[in-house]
Structure formats: structure tokens, C-alpha cells
Design a protein around this ligand. Structure first.
Ligand code: ACO
Length: 326
């Protein structure tokens, strides 16, 4: 049986910290409100001049080191991001050059917070098809650059960071057992950035109307997220004929502690089996799952043959799962 196996992970968060108390000085909010509604205590943001590709580069170097492979071994680089340094060239091409991954093809992928799982699924398919042997998948974001720091309904939520995984062809039982991807574009307006694309290019007017920032209908998004995640998790369990108690670690997208707790409850899973980083990083979109996974690996929470369930939900709307035999 051919599987794509994760042979190394890495992550990186910028050094600059913004606490809830810092936000109290910027908008009408409180540490208590933010913690009670989201579980977030602080988040990391890029310094002036620091970019998404700087974060992605650090995460990628850690992942390559952990995997014990050289940049020249990489066949393909996939970067999931909604906050690339530029729209052209892609982040993946920038990283291909910075890493010196001379043989690698490279492209970016947009699926908002589900981006890393979309990337993982794509890499898995390329590897199982025999087209590529070794693929670097990265989730990286500088959402602070798309955050309206005057809008209390969104600015308390997001943070910057990057996570990476090296996948390699493996003949055996370990690796990615399944991925499931979903979308529903009819909910696109729940979570969007109105301007900056070809429909509404940047003008003085779009800038004045703050149309280049993330807009979210949080409450409605919350309800759809819980339903969609319940379905996609059940789909992964059914497809693999496993029971919730078989799962050793749940690595959820870190959007809201209440959503994560609802999923753990649904799976009858103690919170000790859930990887949590939301309190210190906030919602880092495509970066949140690989950052949480890397932390779990580095803390020794992931052991050989463990069953790891990843699940995500994000703008688009998109949602996804991956089940991995580590
Ligand atoms: N501080 C204080 N009060 C606030 C703040 C704040 N930062 N933000 C909103 N409020 C107020 C609102 O104005 C509202 O006041 P009102 O009742 O007087 O109108 C009240 O708090 C309640 O607001 P809600 O939006 O109903 O709060 P809710 O409990 O839904 O929490 C939150 C908001 C945290 C955003 C939640 O809805 C959520 O997490 N949604 C899901 C987010 C998500 O999963 N996104 C997908 C991934 S992100 C991506 O893809 C990039």
C-alpha cells in the first residue's frame, strides 16, 4: 500500500506579541470578553518589513531539518495562504528560490483556513499517483496585514505564523489514510475581503472604505462551522471505520476555543487529546493546523502509529479533514 507520510514538521511565529490588554487600548474590548468568546490571550504579528514568506521560510527550514532531507530533494512546493507577499510571483516560487529547491515545481493554493488540509490532500494525491515522491506543504499567513485594527469584531481574532510538513512516498501502513475536502461558495459573503482583486482593484475609494480588510459575520460563521465540522469528522471516521476513542490526537483549526470544545465533546474526547495553540497565537488561518501539529510533535505528544485527526473550516466557505496513521 502506498501512502504519503509526513516525515518532518516545522513552524515559526514572529516575535512581536499583541496581548488582549494591548487591544483594550486600541478598540472597545476587554481581555475577559476575548477569552470568554474565543479562548485567545495573545497573538503574534509581523514586525514592519517582516513578510509571510519570511515566516514560511523559517517553518520550511525547520521541517526540512526534522525530515533530514535537502532542498534539492523536494519535487513540489505547495503554499496555502490568503496573505501572500505579492500576487505574482507566488509565495511557493519565492520559497523555491530562497530554499534553493532547484528541482521543485511550486504553486500557491487558496482555501483560507482549510488551506493546509487542501494542500495536504493535493500532495497526498500527487504522491499516490506516482507523479512526485517528496513534497513540501506550507501554511503561512500574515493576517495582521489584512486585519482592520479599528474593527473590534475581527481584530481580536487573527494572528501571524507559519507551519510546514514534508511528505514522502511510503510503502506501508503509516501515512495519510484519508482526506476529505468540501466547499460551499454560496456562503462566500460570511467571510471575505471585498477589494484588492480584479473585481475591485485598489482605488482611493476602496482604501477609504476599508475594503481591503477581512470582513466576517462571526455569529453566522460559527453556526455553519460547527455543523460542517461535525459532518466532515464523521465522514472521516466512517470512511476509515474507526471510532472516536481510536483517535489519539485531534489537531483542529484554531479559530475559536468554543468550536474546538464543541468538536471534542461531539467526539467524546477529553481536551487532553486536543492540540491547542489558540490562546497564544489566535487564528492564523492556513498556518494554524501545521503550527499546532508541529508543536505536538516537538512536545512528544505524537508517537509512531498514533491516529491523528486534522479538521479545518474557513472562508470560501471551505472545510476539510485528514486522518493520519503517524
Ligand atoms: N469586544 C467586545 N465586544 C465585542 C467584540 C469585542 N472584540 N466583538 C464583538 N463584540 C460584541 C458585538 O458587537 C455584539 O454586541 P451586541 O450584542 O451589542 O450587538 C456582542 O459582542 C456579541 O457578538 P457576536 O458576534 O454575537 O459574538 P459571538 O459570541 O458570536 O463571538 C466570534 C464572536 C468570536 C467572532 C465568534 O462568532 C466566532 O468565533 N465565529 C467563528 C469564526 C470562524 O470560525 N471563522 C472561520 C475561520 S477564519 C478564516 O477562514 C480566515
Amino acid at each position: 500500500m502506498i501512502h504519503a507520510r509526513i516525515i518532518g514538521t516545522g513552524s515559526y511565529a514572529p516575535k512581536k506579541v499583541i496581548t488582549n490588554h494591548d487591544l483594550e487600548k486600541m478598540v472597545e474590548t476587554s481581555d475577559q470578553w476575548i477569552i470568554e468568546r474565543t479562548g485567545i490571550k495573545e497573538r503574534r504579528v509581523c514586525e514592519k518589513g517582516e513578510t509571510t514568506s519570511d515566516l514560511a521560510h523559517e517553518a520550511a527550514k525547520h521541517a526540512l531539518h526534522a525530515a533530514g532531507i535537502a532542498p534539492a530533494d523536494i519535487d513540489l512546493i505547495i503554499v496555502a495562504t490568503l496573505s501572500p507577499d505579492t500576487h505574482m510571483p507566488s509565495m511557493a516560487c519565492k520559497l523555491q528560490a530562497r530554499l534553493g529547491a532547484k528541482r521543485a515545481a511550486a504553486f500557491d493554493l487558496y482555501a483560507a483556513c482549510s488551506g493546509f488540509l487542501y494542500g495536504l490532500s493535493t500532495a497526498d494525491a500527487f504522491i499516490r499517483s506516482g507523479m512526485h515522491q517528496t513534497i513540501l506543504v506550507i501554511g503561512a499567513e500574515a493576517l495582521s496585514r489584512y486585519t482592520d485594527w479599528e474593527d473590534r469584531t475581527t481584530c481580536v481574532l487573527f494572528g501571524d505564523g507559519a507551519g510546514a510538513a514534508v511528505l514522502q512516498r511510503h510503502a506501508g501502513k503509516r501515512g495519510i489514510l484519508s482526506t476529505h475536502l468540501h466547499s460551499d461558495g454560496s456562503f462566500g459573503d460570511l467571510l471575505h475581503i471585498p477589494a484588492g482583486g480584479a473585481a475591485h482593484p485598489a482605488t482611493h475609494d476602496t482604501v477609504e472604505r476599508r475594503q481591503h480588510y477581512i470582513k466576517m459575520k462571526g455569529n453566522e460563521t460559527f453556526k455553519v462551522a460547527v455543523r460542517a465540522l461535525e459532518d466532515v469528522v464523521q465522514e472521516a471516521l466512517d470512511h476509515n471505520k474507526v471510532k472516536p476513542e481510536d483517535i489519539d490526537l485531534l489537531v483542529p483549526h484554531q479559530a475559536n476555543l468554543r468550536i474546538i470544545q464543541a468538536m471534542a465533546k461531539r467526539l467524546n474526547m477529553p481536551m487532553e487529546k486536543v492540540a491547542l495553540t489558540i490562546h497564544k497565537y489566535g487564528n492564523t488561518s492556513a498556518a494554524s493546523i501545521p503550527m499546532a501539529l508541529d508543536e505536538a510533535v516537538r512536545n512528544g505528544r505524537v508517537k509512531e502509529n498514533d491516529l491523528i485527526l486534522l479538521e479545518a473550516f474557513g472562508g470560501g466557505l471551505t472545510w476539510a479533514s485528514a486522518l493520519i496513521r503517524w
